[in-house]
Design a protein around this ligand. Structure first.
Ligand code: MN
Length: 285
């Protein structure tokens, strides 16, 4: 049975812009134990009052990785310099490959800002291999209905396959890095057995509920990191629970990051800053 290495809990909330009250369960740096994942921010659920203004994060760049926004509640609007734009509702996913460089803005939709309501989302950053960091920026606008659902045995719940593969069912997102992103809804007092690839970094974020993961108690807004060896995870819930399971093949490459730029060398970071300042990452029209 796969061993749980540690649990991250009690993370203080901070604001990203004026639209995203997040807990950063992890972010890159140190010994890179989450490789190939760079950052995981979990927002909410947070109740926003109606407002006439615009809420979110204004134009900013990214380079060298992918940003994945999984929306559970609320409505977001997005625009980027690759021409990608759209509105996301509950269950939708925005998969943005910053690659060679992109600038974008992330706001609540106008209607959601005006009406107010609950916002709940995850933003995940996935690193790219050195050879993929120069890929042209692109954007996948993925709708909830596009994601296959797999029912778990014994009415234990359902897996929404966002990326990778679950038990032979492929997720809707196309990825550069070998990862799995599974969104699990588990029923009350159920047991689910998951098989994950050995050697992968393996992370479990509990968003709602309470469960045992290989015998270790996990509650809402707690993130577990497992050893890379081993393939078996058994989940036993006490109440209905929702969790996000991430696995990824470690890139095991040098990592030099500076805010929204994650590259392999300091010179590449200096170049990224020059590219952004000189407008080479594009503009928002
Ligand atoms: Mn961003």
């Amino acid at each position: 049975m796969k061993k749980l290495t540690r649990v991250i809990r009690n993370i203080a909330q901070h604001w990203v812009g004026d639209g995203f009250p997040v807990r950063s369960l992890f972010s890159y740096g140190g010994d890179n134990e989450f490789d190939p994942f760079l950052l995981l921010d979990y927002a909410g659920p947070h109740e926003f009052a109606p407002s006439p203004g615009k809420r979110g994060v204004d134009v900013h760049p990214h380079k060298g990785f992918e940003t994945v926004t999984i929306l559970y509640q609320g409505e977001l609007a997005h625009r980027d310099s690759s021409g990608g734009k759209g509105q996301l509702g509950p269950g939708d996913v925005q998969w943005m490959t910053a690659g060679n460089g992109i600038v974008h803005e992330e706001f609540h939709s106008e209607e959601f800002t005006r009406s107010g309501g609950l916002l709940e989302m995850v933003q995940l950053w996935v690193n790219l291999r050195a050879k993929d960091k120069s890929t042209p920026a692109k954007y996948q606008d993925l709708r909830d209905a596009q994601f296959p659902r797999v029912s778990l045995p014994s009415d234990a719940g359902e897996v929404r396959v966002i990326a990778g593969d679950f038990d032979g069912t492929s997720g809707a997102a196309s990825t550069f890095t070998y990862i799995n992103v599974w969104d699990l809804q588990l029923t009350v007092e159920s047991t689910a057995a998951l098989t994950v690839p050995s050697g992968h970094t393996c992370i479990l974020l509990v968003q709602h509920g309470n469960l045992l993961a290989n015998g270790n108690e996990l509650k809402a807004v707690e993130l577990a990191l497992f050893e890379r060896d081993g393939i078996a995870i058994t989940l036993q819930t006490s109440v209905a629970s929702r969790l996000l399971v991430l696995t990824g093949e470690p890139l095991d490459e040098p990592l030099v990051g500076h805010g929204p730029f994650v590259m392999n060398t300091r010179e590449e970071i200096r170049q990224a800053i020059r590219d952004f300042q000189s407008g080479k990452m594009g503009v928002l029209k």
